[in-house]
Write a protein that binds this ligand. Structure first.
Ligand SMILES: CC(=O)NCCS(=O)(=O)O
Length: 364
């Protein structure tokens, strides 16, 4: 998550993590969710409700509608306005800290209503380190002005968001992304990807990519970044849990060298409306996919998160909240590590023992 030595970075930024409150040492991060949203809007992805569901789609969010909402999160307009829940998110972040969380990478970029002053306020009031994202979301959110920009202009803007501050503020982003791509990747998105690679070269900072909903999408995005000089070893491919299912194809992609992010923990949905061919995995299946990657030697390339981006996933609305991974998924992983005799490091083991006092039999 730290900024490397780039041509344009200031010496004091090099090797540090740039949060919305300033620079910190990587050692101060603590447990980090690398793909979350604390305030954003997602109207760009509204899905019209099925015939007969119009009433549910317009009704206030209530317990009796929760299952419908979990199955149809994008068909309820109000559910897409996470930006209305600042107080609830603040409460969640306080719980996240209590659960052992230290930092959150906030992936909201231009197009889905990034709000840096709110992020700074949340960081101040909760003590959670928040790292903001530079750059642009998917094509449908690109303004006419963005579409007309050259790669050089887009690069300058992204660089400036990290070096000087974004959206007219002095609040600096610390990563580039999530950079949005659709499938097929559009011309405007290709320009943004090239600008991302050029900005990364100048800054040495991490990049996070949102791939289109097709198994070819992650590889294609990485190829474009690579050709433009991007550092793939400092690039995160998000949303693999809804994108790459075949184990061989996953390994082929892993060889390209990016971080492999499973970031939809907590999402269990029967019909994924953006690609009905996709069977959205359960959390147990996500854990199995990660165990497979660990057995194949990719332990150090895996990142996990919840990618909360709608209201119904907040605990206020009966959702799993930002602490689900720490409270539920980590113990599940550890139980599977024991059963499947997966290797874990002495440090992990000690950390978990100190936290929960559990007896674990991981091979050290
Ligand atoms: C905010 C965002 O882009 N989330 C990803 C949703 S998706 O359904 O996995 O594409």
């Amino acid at each position: 998550m730290f900024i490397g030595q780039g041509r344009r970075t200031m010496p004091e930024q090099s090797g540090k993590v740039q949060t919305v409150l300033g620079l910190i040492e990587p050692g101060q991060l603590g447990r980090t969710m690398t793909h979350e949203h604390l305030t954003m809007t997602f109207e760009c992805s509204h899905v019209p409700p099925a015939p007969g569901d119009e009433g549910l789609a317009a009704a206030p969010i209530e317990m009796k509608h929760l299952h419908w909402l979990q199955q149809n999160p994008y068909s309820h307009s109000e559910n897409l306005l996470l930006n209305q829940e600042i107080e609830a998110v603040k409460e969640e972040l306080l719980c996240y800290r209590k659960a052992g969380g230290g930092s959150i990478v906030e992936n909201t970029t231009t197009g889905i209503t990034r709000n840096l002053p709110v992020l700074r306020k949340l960081a101040k009031e909760t003590g959670v380190h928040i790292i903001a994202g530079a750059g642009y979301y998917v094509d449908v959110t690109h303004s006419d002005e963005t579409r007309k920009m050259t790669v050089e202009k887009l690069t300058d803007i992204i660089v400036s968001e990290v070096l000087h501050g974004a959206d007219g503020t002095d609040i600096r982003c610390g990563v580039i992304g999530e950079i949005g791509t659709s499938w097929p990747i559009t011309e405007s998105e290709k320009k943004v990807l090239r600008a991302t690679a050029h900005a990364q070269t100048q800054l040495g900072c991490p990049v996070i990519i949102h791939p289109g909903r097709n198994k070819a999408a992650p590889g294609e995005a990485i190829r474009i970044l690579q050709e433009a000089g991007g550092n793939i070893s400092k690039t995160v491919m998000s949303h693999l849990d809804r994108t790459l299912f075949d184990q061989q194809e996953l390994l082929e992609f892993a060889k390209m060298g990016s971080y492999l992010e499973y970031d939809l923990f907590g999402t269990e949905m029967l019909n994924y409306p953006f690609n009905l061919d996709v069977d959205m995995p359960s959390d147990s299946q996500r854990v199995q996919a990660l165990a497979f990657l660990i057995r194949e030697g990719y332990e150090d390339r895996i990142l996990i998160a919840h990618d909360i981006h709608t209201k119904h996933r907040l605990t206020k609305y009966g959702g799993h909240g930002f602490s689900h991974i720490l409270k539920n998924i980590v113990p599940k992983m550890l139980s599977r590590a024991t059963e499947k005799n997966l290797q874990c490091t002495a440090e992990d083991l000690q950390d978990e023992l100190m936290k929960g006092g559990k007896t674990l039999q991981c091979r050290v």
